[in-house]
Design a binder for this molecule. Structure first.
Ligand SMILES: C[S@@+](CC[C@H](N)C(=O)[O-])C[C@H]1O[C@@H](n2cnc3c(N)ncnc32)[C@H](O)[C@@H]1O
Length: 313
């Protein structure tokens, strides 16, 4: 099956596109949800594959993404319903449009190429811009506020936990010394200084930027609730596909799937089950699906992607 989204040269190339569509198996008369709409690449695939009657609810918290997706998906008319909202409130958004459950959900985590390439959004240090990093521009908390108001201890904690940055304490100390830190390149230069100007394959500021982005958008908290919501929102036999891009999210998805696919989650040393937990899903991917070398060559952003999927019992 050709990748129609790739042929149209969208502003963001959908990652693991065919693999996700193969897992979701969209059908006419089916109802689907894309919790992270972006430029609508995966959504377009779901709508094309579920012709003529399949419907899709697309959610994003970013107005720019919604605009782009709206234009891109206009060919599907009323079959595509696009709403500004977070995927961790999926069940509420479904009720709003009068749907009880859906046959498939995709969550393609992280940020889009549009967000990364729009300098003033402050996600990248390739161009100088204010430290913003909000997915949802209605939100008050920005990266600048974190960098300039949080304690050294809390800065070190998020840079360590979300960025897995070995020099997190040194970077937090440098931030405190140089406050106010207001722009992307100012922060990147400061991190490079901590590394005494040494760059590896990856700029040393990459991990700090990832950590700040995750803190600004509360990405792990959202994912934790979003996975629960997604399973609740699925009809029996409905499928959930989740694409993650770094180890923390990947681990969260993997552990959630393992836990929810088991009838008992008591500690293994306990002889008799006392938890009463019942499996709500069945694993479709025993091992995460990763992109082919061909996909990575075409779209280097795909290199760390992992697709995991489950079916509601
Ligand atoms: C990797 S992009 C999705 C790309 C999309 N699959 C495509 O093919 O174009 C991730 C998108 O998720 C959005 N997003 C991030 N957090 C969100 C949340 N809590 N709820 C809804 N959308 C969110 C971002 O704004 C971004 O547009």
């Amino acid at each position: 099956m050709p990748n129609p989204a790739a042929e149209e040269r969208p502003p963001h190339l959908p990652v693991l596109y065919l693999e996700s569509i193969n897992i979701l198996q969209p059908k006419s008369h089916g109802r689907y949800a894309d919790g992270t709409l972006g430029a609508g690449g995966h959504s377009a695939g779901i709508l094309k594959t579920s012709q003529p009657d399949g419907q899709l609810l697309g959610l994003d918290v970013d107005d720019q993404a919604l605009e782009i997706a709206k234009a891109r998906l206009s060919e599907f008319g009323k079959r595509a319903i696009l709403i500004k909202g977070s995927y961790d409130n999926m069940t509420e958004h479904l009720r709003t449009i009068g749907w009880f459950c859906v046959d498939g959900i995709i969550l393609d985590l992280g940020l889009s190429s549009m967000q990364l390439n729009t300098a003033e959004r402050g996600f990248s240090f390739n161009k100088d811009a204010p430290l913003d990093m909000r997915f949802n521009m209605d939100q008050k908390l920005t990266a600048a506020e974190i960098v300039n108001t949080w304690s050294e201890k809390n800065l070190a904690k998020i840079i360590w936990e979300f960025g897995e940055e070995p020099k997190s304490r040194h970077i937090a100390a440098a931030i405190i010394t140089h406050r106010p830190v207001t722009t992307t390149q100012q922060l990147a230069a400061m991190v490079l200084d901590v590394y005494k100007g040494k760059r590896g394959k990856v700029h040393p500021a990459t991990r700090t930027f990832q950590a700040l982005r995750m803190a600004v958008n509360k990405e792990l908290d959202t994912l934790e609730k979003g996975l629960e919501e997604a399973v609740s929102a699925l009809c029996g036999g409905g499928r959930l596909a989740v694409i993650s891009f770094h180890s923390l999210e990947g681990r969260m998805v993997k552990q959630f799937f393992q836990r929810e696919s088991r009838d008992c989650i008591c500690p293994p040393e306990q002889p008799v089950c006392t938890c009463g937990h019942k499996a709500s899903i069945r694993l479709i991917t025993k091992k995460a699906i990763i992109p082919s070398q061909e996909e990575i060559d075409k779209n280097p952003r795909a290199r760390s992607a992992k697709l995991r999927a489950a079916e509601k019992l």
